[in-house]
Design a protein around this ligand. Structure first.
Ligand code: PAF
Length: 288
């Protein structure tokens, strides 16, 4: 496994791969856990050339404290990637990704993306600029890595939908592959942020997925409307004093617009963001 700490090194390493290679690409922000390793396993089913990037992208953080607190564990990450069978690891600098920024105080990237309205619900209004930042970094990485496949986790359901949209809209010849959410035995979705949880918050966080599963199993006889079910989810999670729901929304899986009835869409997803102390956790479940 080759580790490249600069764009120049990475481009040299790419040159050494066969010309007809089809790269399977796993973009990450590091602090790797089993969820990321499962993305790499998925990547390996598509190609033997698996490229992983580790880059904590400043433009997708709307909260500077969140960026400062984001866990950074590059040495351990590289060990895990080697064991998982990655071919190349790309660890660029901010300047490698945003070469047009002339100083740190300046906006790093001014590109504004059409996100097809997919950012109007969920994370979008709560994290202004977040998805535009994701679009900036993912398109820049696609330009550099030129993958045939790119693998993203279903835990970030809205991110996955937005990346699919921009990839198609901008005509990138990249197949976007969704990889299922990996969970601990307690049901908590694996996330790099979990390592920031206090033991007390960690102990109660599984209530989030337990509640989502409860919503999925809501008894048909009680026939809750999407709005009633949403309210139940919020109240159930909030009944744990250490958890605070930021939002719970039941949306059309394709347009991500909130649905008012179960007949409104063929495929429906329940998405939520919950604060466990200072740590913000997201999760989702397919209801239909
Ligand atoms: O999901 C993530 O870890 C990030 O949003 C991504 C896709 C690597 C872009 O920075």
């Amino acid at each position: 496994m080759n580790i490249c700490y600069s764009l120049a090194d990475f481009q040299e390493a790419l040159e050494l791969l066969p010309k007809d290679r089809k790269i399977a690409f796993v973009p990450t922000m590091g602090a790797l856990h089993e969820g990321h390793i499962s993305l790499i396993k998925t990547a390996l089913t598509h190609s033997k050339y698996v490229v992983v990037s580790i880059f904590v992208n400043p433009t997708q953080f709307n909260n500077p404290d969140d960026l400062a607190r984001y866990p950074r564990t590059v040495a351990e990450d590289c060990k895990k990637l080697k064991a998982a069978g990655a071919t190349l690891v790309f660890i660029p600098s901010v300047e490698d990704i945003y070469p047009k920024a002339t100083n740190k105080a300046e906006q790093l990237d001014s590109l504004v993306f059409d996100l097809g309205g997919l950012d109007k619900t969920g994370e979008g209004p709560r994290r202004p600029g977040h998805f535009n930042g994701v679009a900036q970094v993912v398109t820049r990485l696609f330009d550099i890595v030129k993958p045939a496949y790119a693998i993203f986790g279903e835990k970030d359901f809205q991110q996955l939908a937005i990346i699919r949209y921009i990839t198609k809209k901008l005509g990138y010849p990249v197949e976007i592959i969704a990889s299922p959410t990996l969970r601990g035995e307690d049901g908590l979705a694996l996330s790099s942020r979990n390592m920031l949880l206090t033991p007390e918050h960690h102990a109660v966080a599984p209530k989030i997925y337990k509640t989502l599963k409860g919503a999925l199993n809501a008894h048909p006889a009680s026939k809750p409307t999407p709005a009633e079910l949403t309210q139940w989810v919020v109240e159930t999670i909030n009944s744990e004093p250490l958890l605070k729901v930021e939002y719970a929304e039941i949306v059309n899986s394709l347009t991500l617009q909130i649905v008012n009835s179960w007949e409104e869409a063929e495929s429906i997803q329940l998405c939520t963001a919950v604060f466990a102390g200072a740590v913000r956790l997201i999760d989702n479940i397919k209801l239909k």
